[in-house]
Write a protein of this length. Structure first.
Length: 255
């Protein structure tokens, strides 16, 4: 909606759906609304909706964006009604998601397996709940490669006849499990010291350094193997054993 009527709006915010931006879209969504209100009123709205964090600086950027906007001007009244409906719908689903996550947290707190999986930094109630929900009884698997295939993260080669193409993950498994591992890899690369070091090692090593995406996939696979090991053997996360001695030495050389 905003791309059509105020395409420059996106450049004013780091996240268009943040609470302060939502309030602006409720009250002054389009360039004409911003220009009619003026900088002082826009700044006042920003201060009220952000608790004093935002103000004149953001208001000046909004006015500048409104002045040079090339957005559609026809049908703005009906567009405002639809925009308000979309914001309400977004907030409705956010409340639903929050309620489900609270329920997940409550259930995982009551389970021994939840405590084990969450002993790994970067793995919270939602990630551990989705892992157990999608994988099910871990004892039915002999090794982590079976879980890897279940998630559709096993590598396959794109070949045709005598032509050998690049290898990529198959994506033929369970999408929710694969997405959960995506989140786990993202969070782990940032907040788990061992996974962060592993990612850096893969990216910065002298021989065969990986691209950012390749290293990220490798971190996801590493986390999946660790989660499988913890669930299969019912043991908590051990930072000293997460990478192995060889990888630890490689990470140490980067430091």
């Amino acid at each position: 909606m905003m791309d059509e009527y105020f395409p420059e709006y996106d450049g004013v915010w780091e996240k268009v759906t943040c609470p302060t931006s939502r309030e602006v879209m409720r009250k002054m969504p389009f360039p004409s609304d911003i220009l009619d209100a003026g900088e002082e009123k826009v700044a006042e709205l920003l201060r009220e909706s952000s608790g004093g964090v935002e103000g004149k600086a953001r208001a000046a950027r909004l006015l500048e964006a409104a002045k040079r906007s090339i957005g559609v001007v026809e049908g703005r009244n009906s567009a405002k009604i639809r925009l308000l409906s979309l914001i309400d719908e977004l907030e409705f689903y956010e409340k639903k998601v929050a309620a489900i996550e609270d329920e997940m947290t409550s259930i995982m707190d009551s389970l021994e397996m939840g405590e084990l999986l969450q002993s790994m930094k970067g793995v919270g109630p939602v990630i551990s709940a989705v892992f157990l929900g999608e994988v099910g009884d871990v004892s039915r698997f002999d090794n982590w490669k079976q879980v890897c295939k279940l998630a559709g993260m096993n590598l396959v080669e794109q070949s045709s006849g005598q032509h050998k193409g690049k290898t990529k993950i198959s994506k033929r498994g369970r999408p929710y499990l694969r997405y959960m591992l995506f989140l786990a890899g993202q969070v782990g690369s940032l907040h788990n010291p061992e996974m962060h070091g592993y990612y850096r090692c893969l990216r910065e090593r002298k021989n065969n350094p990986l691209t950012g995406y390749q290293a990220f996939v490798a971190v996801r696979l590493k986390i999946m193997r660790i989660l499988f090991h913890m669930a299969k053997n019912r043991v908590p996360y051990d930072p000293a054993k997460a990478l192995g001695k060889v990888r630890e030495q490689q990470v140490a050389t980067l430091a």
